[in-house]
Design a protein around this ligand. Structure first.
Ligand code: NAI
Ligand SMILES: NCC(=O)COP(=O)(O)O
Length: 342
């Protein structure tokens, strides 16, 4: 249970991406945005180099999680990594993998060790990490692995994109589109929807959340004429969820379930693959949507965008989605604290 005085732990993400500069910009906006205290897990030399490159005048102090809240008022608190990072914006380098992973590891350890209230991650690019031997598809799956290492219990991670007007969950996440039909099972849909319903109720405070379940194929299969998965895999999953008392309905044709009137009828859209969930979320709210990992024994949020190598180091990156991620992490941590105290 997070303590409301604990800071948020922010991992730097890929040093060649926009993570360092959106972290700096978020700290600079702390008062106007009403941000809760956070500390940045990073190589201090990297953050100093990026600030200089951008001509940003920012006070930084190397510190500890415990001292971060008092530092945060006047300087960006940096909890130094053991690994060094290369400042090469736009040029991802597998040599940065050690620092990227150390920052995530330490954020999780701080959170589960009672030193941080929640984990917030700046974006990582997957390919340079794979090239360095990292064997997890992304943060989402790696965080579940870390949770299991720390607690000894298996965790099933669920990706939620949360924006002001829409929440979406992809049932299959970081896999090729050609693999989706094989990976999609009724068991996976049921397990994903259960975790979503539980976390929306207990972490987001939505009593009996309404889950709109998307079909996989055009027109949700058109009665089997355009694919069998909607009737043979998705509909049985919905029947099982309803039998458990979860307010799930569908399968809905995905092309007509995201317009404003349709969205008014549900709290979350459970989608069958990555882009089915992330395209509507980012199209509606690229600067405000937050990536949240459900199903973990700690809170994790992230901006919805990626490393943006094309603009890294140019002073063009907007910190808005990171700011939304920091605020949502604080809100979720505080509601967990209140629920535990009640
Ligand atoms: N949470 C995470 O760690 C995420 C990581 N990624 C990774 O990021 C890498 C790049 O992915 P892309 O598909 O190119 O998506 P991207 O989100 O990095 O960039 C897409 C477009 O949005 C712009 N953009 C992104 N963030 C912005 C910001 N803060 N301010 C202004 N413009 C911004 C970029 O300049 C680019 O034109 C991939 O390797 C992917 O794996 C992608 C999404 C989330
Ligand atoms: N497209 C979303 C994404 O790649 C984020 O993944 P993760 O690194 O948060 O698991």
């Amino acid at each position: 249970m997070p303590d409301e005085k604990l800071p948020l732990a922010l991992s730097v993400g890929d040093p060649s991406g926009v993570g360092p500069e959106i972290a700096i910009a978020a700290w600079q906006a702390r008062d106007s945005a009403g941000l809760p205290p956070f500390y940045l897990l990073a190589d201090p030399a990297l953050i100093d180099a990026r600030a200089r490159r951008l001509g940003a005048s920012v006070a930084m102090v190397e510190t500890t999680p415990a001292k971060a809240p008092e530092v945060f008022v006047h300087a960006l608190p940096i909890v130094p990594l053991a690994a060094r990072s290369i400042d090469s914006p736009g040029q991802p380098d597998p040599a940065n993998a050690a620092g990227i992973i150390e920052a995530i590891d330490r954020a999780v350890a701080d959170c589960l060790g009672g030193r941080a209230a929640a984990v917030v991650t700046c974006p990582i690019a997957k390919k340079p990490l794979y090239d360095a031997g990292f064997r997890f598809p992304g943060h989402t799956e790696y965080l579940a692995h870390l949770a299991s290492l720390h607690t000894g219990a298996d965790a099933m991670p669920v990706m939620l994109l949360a924006g002001p007007e829409l929440r979406t969950v992809p049932v299959t996440i970081h896999i090729a589109l050609s693999e989706v039909p094989k990976a999609l099972t009724s068991d996976l849909i049921v397990a994903t929807a259960r975790i979503t319903a539980t976390d929306l109720e207990h972490r987001f405070g939505i009593a009996r959340p309404r889950l709109a379940i998307a079909g996989l194929n055009p027109h949700a299969g058109e009665g089997g004429a355009m694919g069998a998965e909607d009737e043979h895999i998705i509909r049985p999953a919905i029947e099982r969820l309803r039998a458990e008392g979860i307010d799930a309905f569908g399968p809905l044709p995905a092309d007509t379930m995201f317009h404003a009137r349709a969205r008014a009828g549900y709290d979350v859209a459970i989608c069958m693959y990555h882009d089915q969930a992330l395209i509507p979320a980012k199209a509606l709210a690229f600067d405000e949507a937050v990536n949240v990992t459900l199903g973990l024994p700690f809170i994790r949020t992230s901006p919805d965008h990626g490393t943006a190598f094309d603009i890294a180091g140019k002073g063009l990156a907007r910190p808005d989605s990171l700011i939304a991620a920091l605020k949502l992490a604080r809100r979720l941590a505080d509601s967990e604290t209140k629920a535990a105290a009640a």
